[in-house]
Design a protein around this ligand. Structure first.
Ligand SMILES: Cc1cc2nc3c(=O)[nH]c(=O)nc-3n(C[C@H](O)[C@H](O)[C@H](O)COP(=O)(O)O)c2cc1C
Length: 80
């Protein structure tokens, strides 16, 4: 298992991982750039992996877990 801060460490290859968990704080209704860029960069790789997304924000979660607008937006990026 490897834990990184996407703002501090640039990852070139995720091929050795079967599960990737990507989370972000929300600022002004958006994921932070580093987390969004990470998802875009490895979009193709996620087709063959398990991917879990989460956000940390002050807004209440309006619907069931995993169905916030912020997470849905990222699902669209990775095609989920
Ligand atoms: C500048 C700024 C903008 C933020 N905008 C939002 C927002 O639009 N919606 C929201 O729910 N929370 C917002 N928050 C709260 C953060 O999402 C919350 O503090 C986050 O869970 C913690 O992330 P952090 O550890 O990077 O501070 C904002 C916080 C800051 C500092």
């Amino acid at each position: 298992m490897k834990l990184i801060n996407a703002g501090e460490e640039k990852i070139k290859d995720i091929s050795e991982y079967g599960l990737v968990v990507v989370g972000s704080g929300v600022a002004c209704g958006r994921w932070v750039n580093e987390a969004e860029d990470f998802l875009k960069k490895f979009r193709k790789d996620f087709e063959n992996k398990k991917l879990a997304l989460f956000v940390s924000s002050v807004e209440p979660i309006p619907k069931k877990e995993g169905d916030t607008a912020e997470v849905s937006k990222m699902h669209k990026i990775v095609g989920g």
